[in-house]
Every structure is written in structure tokens, then in C-alpha cells.
Design a protein around this ligand. Structure first.
Ligand code: 5RP
Length: 215
């Protein structure tokens, strides 16, 4: 599995062009991408990072971490996923970085998703769907989710996001209409963001199998 992550992360370097500001996601697959990016750090203008974890790794390699507000639209965003369907719609947030990831994906012209083959699914939802919530709204949001989806929310106890919020993981969903579910869950007061990347799906998916597939 980690070999697949490495292959996908290293392949994504082919999408980086000279002078680019590169959007960087979070997770163990992205760590391989960051390590590969270090090899061409003098050719890029810097990185916009989706988490403290990735920022630390980028800075450790001497790559400047830039404020998204100072960058405007960015040409490329590279990130992993917990699940990916054929239409390149994703579940993300296993690393609790979903909100910043969603912001950078929105700001990016091209979103390249890097996964190992185990992340490919026919229907999203086997991986519990992460939802970042304002702490005081945790119970309210959980009740609303049960009523609206029939899913089973679990509080990811002990985890605080980089934004100071909490995460609910929704078990037992078979997500046949990800765009509608994303829109519906975004309406619940107290929801900061939903780990469904369906409205803004990936543009390119790199699957680190043998052979590596770019689709
Ligand atoms: C973090 C994410 C990650 O992209 C996702 O959890 C995949 O992680 P990994 O590459 O470690 O399997 O969404 O919030």
C-alpha cells in the first residue's frame, strides 16, 4: 500500500511546472509528493499548504509556505483521498484537514488526486464520511445527520482540527448522489465542511498501481 502511495506521489511531480505556486494536501501519500517536490524546490515559487503537518514537512525541505490570500488562484493542487469513485469524486478528511483542503481545491485550476489502488470504489461511503463541526454544535449536527441520512455519526474524540474544531465520522452511508448529499449536509448549522469532494471533484487521478494509471 505504501509503495502505491509512493508511486502516485512521485508521478504527480510531472504536473509541476517551473515558477508554479503548488497547492499541497495532507497525509501519507502527500508526504511522498512533498519529498519529491524537494528535489525541484528551486524551480517552484513556493507552496500553499492544507495543514500544519504538511507545512512543517515543506519547511523542513526548505520550501517556502505561502499564504493563500497572497496568491490568488493557484495552478495546481495535489492531495490524497480516502475514497475515489469513477467520476473522480472523493471522500477526504481521514487526516482531519478537510476544510483547508477544500479551500485550496476550490482555489486551484487543476486538482490532481494521488491514491493507491485500495482507495478506488464503485460507490462512496464505505470509508466513514468526515464532517468538521463547530464544537458546540456537535450533538445538534449528529442528530440532524441521523434524521437526514440514516447514517451513524461517531465523534472522533481527542482530535481537534487545525481550525480548533471537531470531527464527526458518519458510518453506514452508501452515497449514490454525492453532489446532493454534499449540498444537503452543508446546510446544517454548525457544519464547517463536509469531506465529500463531489461538486469540486478531482480533475486528474493518479493511481499508484502496477502500472501507474493517470486518468
Ligand atoms: C487528510 C486527507 C488525506 O488526503 C486522506 O486521509 C488520505 O490520507 P493518506 O494519504 O494518508 O492515505 O483527506 O485530511
Amino acid at each position: 500500500m505504501s509503495e502505491g502511495k509512493r508511486l502516485a506521489g512521485e508521478k504527480a511531480i510531472e504536473f509541476v511546472e517551473d515558477g508554479m505556486i503548488v497547492g499541497v494536501g495532507t497525509g501519507s501519500t502527500v508526504a511522498f509528493f512533498i519529498d519529491a517536490l524537494a528535489g525541484i524546490r528551486d524551480r517552484i515559487a513556493g507552496a500553499v499548504s492544507s495543514s500544519e503537518q504538511s507545512s512543517e514537512r515543506l519547511r523542513g525541505h526548505g520550501i517556502e509556505v505561502l499564504d493563500l490570500n497572497a496568491c490568488g488562484p493557484i495552478p495546481l493542487y495535489v492531495d490524497g483521498a480516502d475514497e475515489c469513485d469513477r467520476a473522480k469524486r472523493l471522500i477526504k478528511g481521514g487526516g482531519a484537514a478537510l476544510t483547508r483542503e477544500k479551500i485550496i481545491a476550490e482555489a486551484a485550476k487543476t486538482f490532481v488526486c494521488i491514491i493507491d489502488p485500495s482507495k478506488e470504489v464503485e460507490v462512496l461511503g464505505r470509508f466513514p464520511l468526515p464532517i468538521e463541526v463547530i464544537p458546540m454544535a456537535r450533538s445538534l449536527v449528529a442528530r440532524e445527520i441521523v434524521a437526514r441520512t440514516g447514517g451513524h455519526p461517531a465523534w472522533r474524540q481527542g482530535v481537534q482540527t487545525d481550525n480548533g474544531n471537531w470531527v464527526l465520522d458518519i458510518h453506514g452511508l452508501a452515497i449514490t448522489d454525492p453532489v446532493s448529499l454534499e449540498r444537503e449536509l452543508n446546510q446544517i448549522p454548525g457544519v464547517v465542511s463536509v469531506g465529500l469532494f463531489a461538486r469540486r471533484a478531482a480533475d486528474v487521478v493518479i493511481v499508484g498501481g502496477d502500472p501507474v494509471v493517470v486518468r
